[in-house]
Ligand binder design. Structure first.
Ligand SMILES: Cc1ncc(C[n+]2csc(CCOP(=O)(O)OP(=O)(O)O)c2C)c(N)n1
Length: 361
């Protein structure tokens, strides 16, 4: 079992594809070709869609946006292990996972354009809306997984969050309940090594984040987060355990955020160029491409076709988002409470009464 062989307390990290794309055959997971190609094409689409979002923000066509560059394998690999009926609970930097599960890109663009309709997400698994308050999605994920256990369903919840979330109370409360109730949840920590400008080593004195699982009585594993095969293998095993009623797993995906925290950030203020260059040489997409080439699933001609198709899809999805009806003014008040509290209702009335006049004036 991978979680036994790669104990984070012994300082062992699971890696299957090395930085040059060479595979460790003893650990290589069996994944059918169609699934491998779906994963690769989704990573390519994610990068193109992500770069486009940054450019749209620069042009004033989209609000603040958190780039995914460098984290494509960390997002796509775990989501590849889900099946229909499972839940995907996410934070805000999981574009690749959402695209893999069939969420329409234009909806996600709409969300970052500030339209609440961008939170109406449909894919081939069940989805929560984004959770920007750091760590707040963990208790929700555990609650959903407890409901599954209570109903004797065999589905699982995959819950993404960042290294910064491990300092929130919600992280510890979530893991504690999941451990005591042995719920079918996989905690996927995308350790991109920074919470905005806060480096991982100031987040916790523990050598790894994966080892925190030990304190809650379940398995944890640290995985090379730029290695799609390792992420898939670790998640697939965790999913199988959860479906059998053997409880939660914490997976630490050790990756790197290549870009800024969001379009409001400037990472050159707190990171050295040498560090970013080191991680550029470990790009998750080019590493996986070499693996596919060795399996005769990739060549230059196909790459050109796929990236041109992805670029075409991205332009079309931007068009859909930009031609979508703008949100009604009331929308900013509509989706938080089932019954609107008095103070909020007063503000709504104030806005309805005074804003049109102010706009005209
Ligand atoms: C409860 C809370 N505190 C602070 C913030 C401001 N904030 C937004 S993202 C972020 C860092 C999150 O870091 P991490 O969990 O590692 O995820 P990453 O952004 O690196 O993907 C912070 C502090 C917030 N959104 N919510």
């Amino acid at each position: 079992m991978l979680t036994d062989d790669f104990d984070p307390l012994q300082g062992k990290m699971l890696s299957i594809l090395d930085k040059d794309g060479k595979v460790n055959e003893a650990l290589e997971p069996r994944i059918e070709d169609a699934k491998l190609l779906h994963a690769y094409k989704t990573m390519v689409l994610t990068r193109i869609a992500d770069d486009k979002a940054v450019r749209l923000q620069r042009q004033g066509r989209l609000g603040a946006y958190p780039p995914s560059r460098g984290q494509e394998a960390s997002q796509v690999g775990p989501a590849l292990a889900l099946e229909k009926g499972d839940w995907l609970v996410w934070a805000f930097r999981e574009l690749g996972a959402l695209l893999l599960r069939g969420v329409p890109l234009w909806r996600l663009y709409l969300y970052w354009m500030g339209n609440e309709e961008g939170s109406v997400l449909e894919g081939d698994v069940s989805l929560t809306p984004s959770a920007v308050p750091v760590g707040s999605q963990l208790p929700h994920a555990v609650g959903i997984s407890y409901a599954m256990k209570y109903r004797k369903e065999s589905n699982v919840v995959l819950c993404y969050f960042g290294d910064g979330a491990t300092s929130e109370g919600d992280f510890h409360e979530g893991l504690n309940f999941a451990g005591t109730m042995r719920t079918p949840v996989i905690f996927l920590c995308q350790n991109n090594q920074y919470a905005i400008s806060m480096p991982r080593k100031l987040q916790t004195a523990a050598p790894t984040l994966a080892q925190k699982a030990c304190a809650y009585g379940f398995k944890g594993i640290q995985v090379d987060g730029n290695d799609l095969l390792a992420l898939y293998a670790a998640t697939e095993e965790a999913v199988a355990r959860a479906r059998k009623g053997e409880g939660p797993t914490l997976i630490e995906s050790f990756t790197y955020r290549m870009g800024d925290h969001t379009t409001s950030d400037d990472a050159t203020k707190y990171r050295l160029a040498e560090e970013t260059a080191y991680w550029s040489a470990r790009d998750p997409i080019s590493r996986f491409r070499v693996y596919l080439e060795r399996k005769n699933l990739w060549d230059e001609k196909r790459e050109k076709e796929w990236s041109e198709e992805a670029a075409r899809v991205v332009e079309e999805e931007v068009r859909k988002a930009e031609t979508h009806a703008p949100p009604a003014l009331d929308d900013a008040f509509a989706h938080t409470f089932a019954t609107m509290p008095e103070g909020l209702r007063e503000q709504l009335e104030f806005m309805r009464r005074d804003l049109p006049a102010k706009r005209e004036g």
